[in-house]
Design a protein around this ligand. Structure first.
Ligand SMILES: [Ca+2]
Ligand SMILES: [Ca+2]
Ligand SMILES: [Ca+2]
Length: 248
């Protein structure tokens, strides 16, 4: 039996030159860079969507609570998830969302507990004459002045609202971490501070970190960093729920 003899390998095939290798590595680096950037952006989008879901769930749970108790719960002021106070006698109008009392979601998509403010009249037994005291504003161009570069004109999204639920957003300012512990301090913007306390709340397009940001209300300085997300209840939604459940 005769064995086939393979032709001897030739050596005129050469590998990559250094220049070719450099080009390939350059392209790979470009591709990786192009993939990694959207990845972190995708994570942010997912967290924002998760936050929207959490806020929607909190809003639905509040409406369910109202239908049973004919009042809204008090905020949680000691980070145990349970409301502090009782009907008509809340320890404070603003605090963390009382997720234990309501039996629902604790945190937003960024891992911070939801915040919550309630109007005193709606934390007492609700009547058709109950009026809330929370205003939610947004900011944008002032149509009365030339140009559209101004961004600080206030307009109301809702006034006299009974309650608002807030996610402190990615920066976490004013927020309590999911597991509890130390609240994150808010070092900058006026709008983020409004969302930490008081009856005036802000819901606007997120603004990235800006150097030289000043007051969010005065033209001439950039808007400060802002990434909060909000949902609110209107009195009519609550009245409708109470009337249809036969409680009003
Ligand atoms: Ca509590
Ligand atoms: Ca204008
Ligand atoms: Ca924030």
């Amino acid at each position: 039996m005769k064995l086939a003899v393979l032709p001897a390998p030739t050596f005129d095939q050469h590998g990559f030159t250094l220049i070719e290798l450099a080009i390939v590595m350059f392209i790979v680096a470009l591709l990786l860079g192009g993939m990694l950037l959207p990845l972190s952006a995708q994570q942010d989008i997912r967290a924002r969507q998760e936050t929207e879901r959490a806020l929607g769930e909190a809003r639905d749970a509040l409406l369910g609570y109202v239908a049973v108790n004919v009042r809204l719960p008090c905020p949680d002021t000691d980070a145990d998830g349970a409301e502090n106070g009782s009907a008509g006698a809340c320890a404070a109008q603003e605090g963390d969302f009382p997720y234990q009392t309501i039996g629902t979601v604790r945190s937003d998509g960024w891992g911070y507990r939801l915040r919550y403010r309630v109007s005193t009249t709606f934390a007492s037994t609700i009547a058709l004459t109950s009026v809330g005291d929370i205003t939610v504003i947004t900011r944008g161009d002032d149509p009365a002045t030339a140009g559209t570069t101004e961004s600080k004109k206030e307009s109301n999204l809702i006034a006299l609202a009974p309650a608002v639920v807030i996610s402190v957003g990615k920066n976490g300012y004013g927020g309590m971490p999911h597991a509890g512990g130390t609240r994150i301090v808010n070092p900058v913007g006026a709008d983020e501070l409004l969302n930490s306390s008081g009856p005036k709340k802000v819901s606007r397009t997120p603004t990235p970190v800006k150097s030289g940001c000043g007051d969010d209300e005065v033209e001439g300085t950039p808007l400060c960093e802002f990434d909060d997300q909000l949902v609110w209840l209107s009195a009519n939604t609550i009245f409708n729920r109470l009337v249809s459940s036969g409680k009003l």
